[in-house]
Ligand binder design. Structure first.
Ligand SMILES: C[S@@+](CC[C@H](N)C(=O)[O-])C[C@H]1O[C@@H](n2cnc3c(N)ncnc32)[C@H](O)[C@@H]1O
Length: 262
């Protein structure tokens, strides 16, 4: 009996050790893969990481004066790459904080010699540091984190404090496009659009159900594919900001000074 106990104990110890070792190898493999991607983008000419002197100079980066579209929270940059392939006379910049995600889009753009596609690694909360007023002609926000927890609305990329920032870099009348699987974010954005007197151009409550997945809306990102596999509804809104300044609704006013650096 005693020996059996010892045997079981050792067996458990060995098995736990093996599992631990497997996780450790997996973790270090993942870390190694990430490291390789971070090192790669350091040398990519189409990735600018927290650049200090690019504001007002994107025409020098692209070597032309073509209109600039931003893809915010771009992840792997599927929108920038796909739209860049289609519209060579427009420039696209994917913006994300995660270098290992940007890597995927940047590598594709380099391999295909897409001179009109670049990536900016930066905090979206700091976006006005990177663009002059009127330097941007359109914004796509694709499956951004919906920040559903109470008190976290201020981090939503369609919150008035972000719209206020976008207003400082967009040409008047430019479109902001939001694609999301979050009903809460969709409804929150609709409410914000109405409260800020924005112009609503398109409101699609079910992109696939209403047969609207064509043109740019047919592009599927990494997150969209996951959401579709789960059978989630996809929402789309396209709107432009008013000429008057964006105001902070009373219920958000106390959050105005605090910015989460996610
Ligand atoms: C849910 S993922 C969506 C990625 C991609 N658009 C897609 O559909 O596959 C959200 C992305 O937003 C980025 N992100 C979140 N907050 C950010 C911030 N404040 N500044 C820059 N990127 C941010 C994350 O790094 C992440 O890649």
């Amino acid at each position: 009996m005693k020996s059996k106990k010892i045997f079981l104990g050792e067996f458990q110890k060995n098995q736990a050790g093996a599992i631990y070792q497997k996780h450790r190898i997996f973790a270090s493999f993942m870390g190694h893969k990430k490291l390789i991607k971070f090192q790669a983008i350091d040398g990519y000419p189409n990735v600018l990481q927290y650049p200090k002197d690019v504001k007002g100079k994107w025409n020098e980066v692209f070597k032309n004066h073509n209109p600039i579209t931003l893809e915010l929270a771009c992840g792997k940059g599927e929108y920038s790459v796909n739209l860049g392939r289609e519209h060579k006379d427009l420039n696209y910049i994917g913006v994300d904080i995660k270098g290992n995600r940007i890597y995927t889009g940047a590598k594709t753009a380099l391999n295909e010699n897409l001179q009109n596609v670049a990536f900016l690694r930066a905090q979206i909360g700091q976006i006005t540091s990177y663009f002059d007023p009127g330097e941007v002609s359109e914004i796509w926000i694709i499956f951004p984190d919906p920040f559903l927890k109470k008190g976290k609305e201020k981090n939503r990329l369609t919150h008035p404090r972000f719209l206020h920032q976008y207003q400082q870099l967009l040409k008047p009348g430019s479109r902001i496009n939001l694609k999301t699987d979050s009903k809460e974010l969709y409804e929150f954005t609709l409410e914000t659009i109405s409260g800020q007197e924005c112009s609503l151009h398109e409101n699609i409550a079910d992109v696939y159900g209403q047969g609207k997945a064509s043109g740019p809306l047919a592009i599927q990102t990494f997150y969209e594919k996951m959401h579709l596999e789960e059978g989630r509804t996809i929402y789309f809104l396209s709107f432009s900001l008013p000429s008057k300044g964006i105001t902070m609704p009373e219920r958000f006013a106390r959050h105005e000074q605090t910015i989460d650096r996610g």
